[in-house]
Ligand binder design. Structure first.
Ligand SMILES: [Zn+2]
Length: 390
């Protein structure tokens, strides 16, 4: 079924800007066997742009296709770069709010690493909600100031009044975004409470034609402006809004049940409309460039390896049907190693496996990790051509 109204603002001024057929419906998940990977369920993407509020979403998304209760491997906590970023965020939150003895609700807490660190640093009492939470993965040292609920967030399931809400890398997975933010507001019972959101930024995706950042689970795509407009429409005041992590993530602080002046960086609608007009050509050029990059090397017997076995790799391979041209996929996360990328017969290996079959070219799936990857390759005694997705 195709959505006929914008889930963020209700407008019907929608335009299709990108279509992709038959791609795996989950790309963060890795599966144990090649057969399961090849038979993985598939779905379609039709990205629609709302010219009223700037929101972009998959208008043919079917939430029943995605099972977040199945073990997903979204945790980036094996990377030193990502850990330093999380530490900086926690220190910023601790600097802004006195959370000691108060209650923090984290929606979409994943494996709970961030909440655990926030509790340790600020002395807050933490409640994490996530259908994919795996208790065995997190040692809580017998602490009773942190609790997890393995389920989807619904305000009527929260039996306490949170003083602070954290939600990182979750909103992009939610189709009914306005309903979701309004439900958070209900949890806060019409009280002014601080709300922290971190969500991938889509402006850079539009500028770069970054097809590898478009995948099935990501049904909702925001820029700084459309992100802020959604929260203002739900009765919250956006108090701070900026890009982080090499410009990849939107960081937004807001206050529920409050109003205030619009921030300068929210006024991006004209620019986004312009970028959206150029996007179909830009994404087609980008797909052609990377397909040629990989196939030219594979054709002369060079081994092209993807570093990073997450959703970007799944999208990079399956969007362009590159499964036979990529020699290997490696990842430092031990929970990914040995498993298969959905929709392909490609197995993820530890970087050390490259010692037996050295790569000629390594494509880093995230430029933020390029230095880390170069160091790792040097430790393994290798110096292949190293490029990164921008
Ligand atoms: Zn809209």
């Amino acid at each position: 079924m195709t959505a006929s109204a914008c889930p963020a603002c209700g407008s019907q001024r929608l335009h299709t800007i990108y279509e992709l057929e038959s791609i795996p419906v989950q790309s963060c998940i890795l599966v144990p066997t090649e057969e399961e990977a090849l038979n993985f369920p598939r779905g379609d993407i039709t990205l629609s742009f709302c010219s009223s509020c700037g929101f972009i979403f998959n208008s043919v998304f079917d939430v029943d296709n995605v099972d977040y209760a199945a073990a997903t491997e979204e945790s980036q906590h094996f990377s030193g770069t990502f850990n330093r970023f999380a530490e900086r965020l926690i220190s910023d939150i601790a600097h802004r709010y006195d959370l000691s003895g108060r209650t923090t609700l984290e929606i979409g807490c994943g494996k709970g690493d961030f909440l655990k660190a926030l509790v340790a640093t600020t002395g807050t009492y933490g409640i994490g909600v996530d259908p994919g939470f795996i208790p065995e993965r997190l040692a809580t040292n017998g602490s009773n100031n942190i609790k997890f609920m393995r389920e989807y967030f619904k305000s009527d399931r929260i039996e306490f009044d949170p003083d602070f809400v954290v939600c990182r890398h979750t909103l992009e997975h939610i189709p009914a975004v306005w309903d979701f933010v309004s439900d958070i507001d209900r949890t806060l019972k019409n009280q002014p409470r601080a709300v922290f959101f971190e969500t991938p930024d889509t402006r850079r995706l539009l500028v770069q034609g970054a097809f590898w950042d478009i995948y099935y689970e990501h049904c909702s795509y925001f820029t700084l402006g459309s992100h802020a407009r959604l929260f203002r429409r739900a009765g919250m005041n956006v108090t701070d809004l900026y890009l982080e992590y090499g410009g990849q993530y939107i960081v937004q602080y807001a206050m529920s049940h409050a109003t205030g002046p619009q921030l300068r960086q929210e006024c991006d609608l004209d620019e986004v409309r312009h970028l959206v007009r150029e996007f179909p050509k830009r994404v087609a050029d980008s797909r052609d460039y990377w397909t040629k990059f990989v196939r030219d090397r594979a054709a002369v017997g060079k081994r092209v390896v993807l570093w990073g076995g997450g959703s970007k790799a799944t999208s990079f391979i399956t969007s362009n049907r590159l499964e036979d041209d990529i020699a290997d996929v490696v990842d430092i996360n031990p929970f990914k190693q040995g498993k298969f990328i959905p929709g392909t017969a490609r197995q993820v290996h530890a970087p050390e496996a490259l010692c037996d079959r050295p790569p000629d070219t390594v494509i880093a799936m995230n430029a933020m990790y390029a230095k880390e990857i170069a160091d790792h390759l040097a430790q393994l005694g290798m110096k292949p051509e190293l490029v990164a997705l921008p």
